[in-house]
Design a protein around this ligand. Sequence first.
Ligand SMILES: *[C@@H]1O[C@H](CO)[C@@H](O)[C@H](O)[C@H]1NC(C)=O
Ligand SMILES: *[C@@H]1O[C@H](CO)[C@@H](O)[C@H](O)[C@H]1NC(C)=O
Ligand SMILES: *[C@@H]1O[C@H](CO)[C@@H](O)[C@H](O)[C@H]1NC(C)=O
Ligand SMILES: *[C@@H]1O[C@H](CO)[C@@H](O)[C@H](O)[C@H]1NC(C)=O
Ligand SMILES: *[C@@H]1O[C@H](CO)[C@@H](O)[C@H](O)[C@H]1NC(C)=O
Ligand SMILES: *[C@@H]1O[C@H](CO)[C@@H](O)[C@H](O)[C@H]1NC(C)=O
Ligand SMILES: *[C@@H]1O[C@H](CO)[C@@H](O)[C@H](O)[C@H]1NC(C)=O
Ligand SMILES: *[C@@H]1O[C@H](CO)[C@@H](O)[C@H](O)[C@H]1NC(C)=O
Length: 607
Amino acid sequence: MGFSVHWIWFTALSCLLCMGGEVWCDCTEENMEIEGGNYTLTKNLHIGSMLVYHCPEGYYPYPALTRLCQLNSSWRPAPKRFRKQRCKMVQCPDPNVLENGNVSPPQEFYFVGNETTYECYSGYKLRGSFKRVCLSNTKWSGSTPICSRDAGDNCADPGIPPGATRTGNVFDVGDKVKYSCSSNLFLVGSSERVCLESGQWTGQEPACYYTHTYDTSQEVSEAFGSAIKGSLTTYEPTVDTQEGRKIRISKTGTLNIYIAVDISESIQEEYIQNATNVTKSLISKISSFSVTPNYEVLFFSSQVFRVSRILDFMDGRETLSTLMTKLDNFTETIKDRDTAGTNLTKVFVTFLEEMALVKQRVKDEGFKEHRHVLIVFTDGGYNMGGSPEPTVRKIKNMVYMNHIQSREDYLDIYIFAIGDEILDDELKPLATGTGGRHYFRMQNDLINLKEAFDEIIDADEVLGMCGLYNSTTVRSEMDQRKRFPWVVFITVENGGSRNCLGSLVTKEFVLTAAHCFQFEDRKEHIKVYIDDQARTVKKITLHPKFNIKAKESEDVAEFYDYDVALLQLEEYVEFSYYIRPVCIPCTKETSDALRLVGTSTCKDQES
Ligand SMILES: *[C@@H]1O[C@H](CO)[C@@H](O)[C@H](O)[C@H]1NC(C)=O
Ligand SMILES: *[C@@H]1O[C@H](CO)[C@@H](O)[C@H](O)[C@H]1NC(C)=O
Ligand SMILES: *[C@@H]1O[C@H](CO)[C@@H](O)[C@H](O)[C@H]1NC(C)=O
Ligand SMILES: *[C@@H]1O[C@H](CO)[C@@H](O)[C@H](O)[C@H]1NC(C)=O
Ligand SMILES: *[C@@H]1O[C@H](CO)[C@@H](O)[C@H](O)[C@H]1NC(C)=O
Ligand SMILES: *[C@@H]1O[C@H](CO)[C@@H](O)[C@H](O)[C@H]1NC(C)=O
Ligand SMILES: *[C@@H]1O[C@H](CO)[C@@H](O)[C@H](O)[C@H]1NC(C)=O
Ligand SMILES: *[C@@H]1O[C@H](CO)[C@@H](O)[C@H](O)[C@H]1NC(C)=O
């Protein structure tokens, strides 16, 4: 493309000349064209350049997705004379794996846009989607259809995803099912699942991927969001004896988050800036949860460029705001540094060494309370430093402390493989952890990823957040006040009847004015209406300094300083769209609601 025959001859000739003289030659564009699409080159035709094929939506490059320009100036894989490179229509994995039901229409191949419907034999009930469409990322829309009948098993039939086969048809406690994918597909998710006493299966539903299958940003957002939430929500320490290992981070525990972002081969400053933007959006998403983690953040190629360290966070030398500033400035600091090559081992070695230092600092007992979440973004593989697997094994040993069963929850490794050529076999085994997917595969584009992180917001998580009002919620036109879900109505029936307003500050307490109450009022006289429901009061607490007559002698008839009262409710309320707390200034919650990063002062909040 664009190169003249002359040029090719010249290249070939100079190649012959330079082979002997230790000078590397360029690859050629001969036979590189693709029918129905086009290609781009990462480093022109130089050694190490990657040729990436592009096809219109609904098509994928076949037989090769990419080609690499090798040291001897030949492409790997080499173009084949009799299998012309072309754009092929996307197919989805075979859905005819449904047991106890029918798939229609029956076809040998299912192409993008094809629709299928699912029906169970009589006596069987359908769970999952009854209708699915083949999407352009080779996945079926909706969820796996499953036909089952109640056979008194402890676990529900886990189904068979398209393209897979399953062994194991009994679903009682301890029973195992195993999955594999048909040829030219590979398995993502759990290849083996065990039925637990709780009625749940271990691991996650597997899926069969082609090498050209990618996760959409929405899928990543949902799957990563739900998995990471498990790590970011602080649980009261509880022991769930059924599963035997349900202890999540207790309120006293420490959470360490390690983030590594691949910037290898990225000559473009803009790419690095996008990478820091993605990192920032992930961190600010994490900071909207109720945990305050320590962060280790680094960017890597063949070298590691460290932005922040766990130890510095522990010592208070680093905070979220200083980290954010450093990220803003990162593009400047990295200028003119060599960003060639990928040494993923170095990343895990850096994390392992930091972990060892943390352990030395807090001693074994303290280290037991530390949870570790590693999040690695890489462009598909490593070309230096060998497999990081032995290092990952050392990290596991350090965290599990010989108690894999009970300490699996203390280590999560998320791998985001983003690129045109992904070495799944090498990257997939690095992901580890419980409670959802840990391996993601995305197309070469950080924008998707930023979108995915921005989308991780779950209404449930937000319900308890203070100060949120819903401009669409006007259920009663009569009273605009109802738009604000923390507003409560208070009535006092003692002799006469008095009305007051108050604000919900927690699930248990209502803040109101002290002057609403008189000396002889008892809790029995008070009703609090929250979302139209009357609630009873457990205790009234007036501000001890409130005294309306305090300044009578100074000719102030009514003195309203300290006009504050708290009502403790007999029963906790449940937060919902219509019941939410108000923000109290100078609190962590207000900081979260204002999306101020890290610890904010009252002044920050005011401004
Ligand atoms: C290359 O192919 C992509 C996808 O089919 C298309 O969007 C783009 O316009 C093409 N570019 C050129 C230069 O033909
Ligand atoms: C180039 O090197 C690769 C291995 O490094 C080899 O498989 C291939 O045959 C070589 N090609 C040529 C044209 O020498
Ligand atoms: C499936 O998709 C292919 C390609 O678009 C189309 O030719 C075929 O008619 C479709 N089959 C059905 C049953 O819709
Ligand atoms: C960086 O992000 C912008 C959008 O925010 C996008 O338009 C641009 O293509 C990205 N650049 C690179 C090199 O990824
Ligand atoms: C990165 O984010 C900043 C602030 O949000 C924005 O101004 C900048 O354009 C972004 N950079 C890129 C390359 O998208
Ligand atoms: C970041 O860069 C700005 C301007 O380029 C500079 O004023 C500031 O001191 C830098 N901050 C850090 C922490 O390096
Ligand atoms: C990759 O990193 C490891 C660990 O730091 C180091 O031992 C190795 O020499 C590095 N390899 C290369 C090729 O730089
Ligand atoms: C606002 O209220 C509607 C129901 O009235 C609900 O569907 C929606 O999710 C709410 N939005 C927020 C941000 O809470």
